[in-house]
Ligand binder design. Structure first.
Ligand code: E4P
Length: 226
């Protein structure tokens, strides 16, 4: 499993990138709004993220028609070679994904919740599909069950021929709220988990690691004073 950071916050991205395990970043309009982002700065902001991260950076189109999404997608893809255009799973989004994919522009289909949505995204040429976990949990449904179904369904077919550079389609476990979501997504075989910085920090730590470290330090002090 690879790890993407789900944020538009440059400080978080810089910090996570310095840990050596970051493979990409996903942003969305809400994440950009959360950092006080302004429309006029958006493209420069994405360019900055692309400089920090050596991997795919998803930037979302907010257009609602296929032509506008394609236009957005071309503009976003021109920012940097590692930009991936994030497109919502809807009819206009599917149509735009087909055009962008045919032009060699990688698409991450977002707001994907069900197996039929995921299969349509794959058939439309999406390079990445982002099934959301946490938003199902928010409405008292099991997001992990839904993700498992998407992983199984996608893996039943060969989608190597419909994506940019013939690379295999990858499933991004999105809307991740806990380290356990990551564990379960990895056990199911999701290719990538995109996680908020808070979850990434929790993934690193465990109380037994802390306890073990503390006792090693104490014992090492004894060695030094022996
Ligand atoms: C995915 O790419 C989305 O940006 C994200 O995972 C949404 O998560 P949320 O449900 O916590 O907003």
């Amino acid at each position: 499993m690879k790890f993407f950071l789900d944020t538009a916050d440059l400080a978080e991205i810089e910090e996570a990138a310095s840990w050596g395990a970051l493979a990409g970043v996903t942003t969305n309009p809400s994440l950009y709004a959360r950092i006080g982002g302004k429309l006029a700065d958006f493209e420069n902001h994405i360019a900055r993220i692309c400089e920090i991260v050596d991997g795919p950076v998803s930037a979302e189109s907010v257009a609602m028609t296929r032509d506008e999404i394609v236009e957005d997608g071309r503009r976003l893809a021109a920012i940097a070679p590692n930009v991936v255009v994030k497109v919502p799973t809807m009819v206009e989004g599917l149509a735009a994904t087909r055009t962008l994919a045919d032009e060699g522009i990688p698409v991450n289909m977002t707001l994907c919740f069900t197996v039929p949505q995921a299969l349509l995204a794959a058939r439309a040429g999406a390079r990445y599909i982002s099934p959301f976990i946490g938003r199902f949990d928010d409405i008292s449904e099991d997001g992990l069950d839904q993700l498992a179904n998407v992983v199984d369904a996608i893996n039943n077919y060969d989608f190597t021929d419909n994506t940019v550079n013939g690379e295999k389609i990858e499933i991004i476990a999105a809307s991740v709220r806990s380290a356990n979501h990551v564990t379960q997504a990895a056990l199911m075989g999701a290719d990538i988990a995109t996680v908020p910085f808070g979850v990434l920090k929790k993934m690193v730590s465990h109380p037994l690691t802390d306890r073990g470290l503390e006792s090693f330090m104490k014992d090492w002090e004894k060695v030094q004073n022996a």
